[in-house]
Design a protein around this ligand. Structure first.
Ligand SMILES: NC(=O)CC[C@H](N)C(=O)O
Length: 360
């Protein structure tokens, strides 16, 4: 069936629509540059509410398997790609991308010039977009933009979940966590208790954690402003790791500010430099917001990582407390193990109970 993507600036791209074709779908048009990793993108809750445009021209060639999902359901509002592979060739392939999307009610638009679309997004910035069969009727600007929506309530767990039996107890404050985060922690010898982002502080203390992980999640961190004082008190009490949205929230909680990039970082080869060791990591990323330069109190945090492409802040370390935060995804595997080191540092802090040993 013929379908269209209409951008907030009025531009229309025509393609072939499959999956959910019965209703209009609104989301934020963003692009992902990885050649692989589409299954992780489809199930990462941080993509909730987004129309994901894949720059790699063929998606779905190794299908969808039963082990690499990052959450229980596909998350983006819609998928846009040049071509979607019809079968998927891999010994572990369980179903096709089309089938996975159709079962989840997610439309896929193919057969359009994704290069032109991505260039447009790079010029204008991430924009609202609607996938529809009737673009003339649609006013994209009439939909509430992603930055004004509270997406975390939908993406995060509603009830406590427990994983692993390790001797270090990590409470993962959930905003829409990726399952690989739990896997990484369990592999490091942790028991992980996942709790809803709005769990009362007192209840978190009662769980008696050795450390906290503030997870990734969708949307604008400022939608969670009312929780920041509690997050600050918690981070001041336990060794803490913040990842992506978690990093942004901790920066806000300690008085910093965040801003939206013109177009986000979404891909598997974002170069990030550790400013102390000068070591460069090739990282997986998926974010629109960043911590704003010069807004952090220098007596609190030092900048630990920067993005080599655009110089944006990619990680922080507290100067006196055991708090590490990263904008990138240390749990992801764009190569074999990459930035897994971040989890090792966090574990060192847990083992020493972290009070006097800040990240070094
Ligand atoms: N992966 C994430 O946690 C994304 C954080 C936030 N939603 C952003 O887009 O910047």
């Amino acid at each position: 069936m013929k379908g269209f993507l209409k951008l907030e600036n009025g531009e229309i791209f025509e393609g072939e629509l499959s999956g959910n074709t019965d209703k209009e779908v609104y989301g934020e048009a963003v692009f992902f540059t990885g050649m692989t990793g589409y299954q992780e993108v489809m199930t990462d809750p941080s993509f909730n509410g987004q129309v994901v445009v894949f720059t790699y021209p063929l998606i779905g060639n190794y299908g969808i398997n039963l082990t690499d999902n990052e959450s229980k359901k596909p998350q983006p509002a819609a998928l846009v790609m040049s071509e979607c592979h019809k079968t998927g060739h891999h010994y572990a392939c369980d179903k096709t991308v089309e089938k996975e999307a159709a079962e989840a009610g997610i439309p896929i638009l193919t057969g359009l010039d994704t290069r032109a679309l991505v260039k447009r997004i790079r010029e204008h910035g991430d924009m609202g977009a609607v996938i529809t069969t009737n673009p003339d009727k649609i006013d994209v600007a009439s939909f509430t933009p992603i930055g004004e929506r509270q997406l975390v309530a939908d993406a995060a767990v509603k009830k406590v979940e427990i994983f692993g039996e390790g001797s270090h107890h990590v409470v993962l404050v959930d905003f829409g966590y990726k399952e690989s985060m739990v896997t990484s922690l369990v592999e490091q010898g942790c028991k992980v208790t996942v709790v809803p982002y709005d769990m009362a502080e007192e209840e978190i203390h009662q769980l008696n954690p050795d450390g906290l992980l503030f997870s990734n999640g969708p949307g604008n961190p400022k939608q969670l402003n009312s929780f920041l004082p509690a997050y600050k008190r918690l981070a001041e009490t336990y060794p803490t790791l913040g990842i992506c949205l978690g990093h942004q929230l901790l920066a806000l909680a300690f008085g910093g500010d965040t801003e939206k990039l013109r177009f986000g970082h979404r891909g598997a080869n974002q170069p990030v430099q550790d400013l102390e060791t000068k070591k460069v990591y090739i990282t997986s990323q998926n974010h629109s917001y960043v911590v704003k330069e010069n807004t952090l109190n220098e007596s609190d945090f030092s900048i630990l990582f920067k993005n080599i492409n655009d110089g944006s802040i990619e990680g922080l370390v507290h100067n006196t407390l055991p708090i590490i935060t990263v904008q990138f995804h240390p749990e992801a595997h764009p190569g074999p193990a990459d930035s897994e080191e971040i989890f090792h540092k966090f574990m060192e802090q847990l083992r020493s109970k972290g009070r006097e040993t800040a990240y070094a």
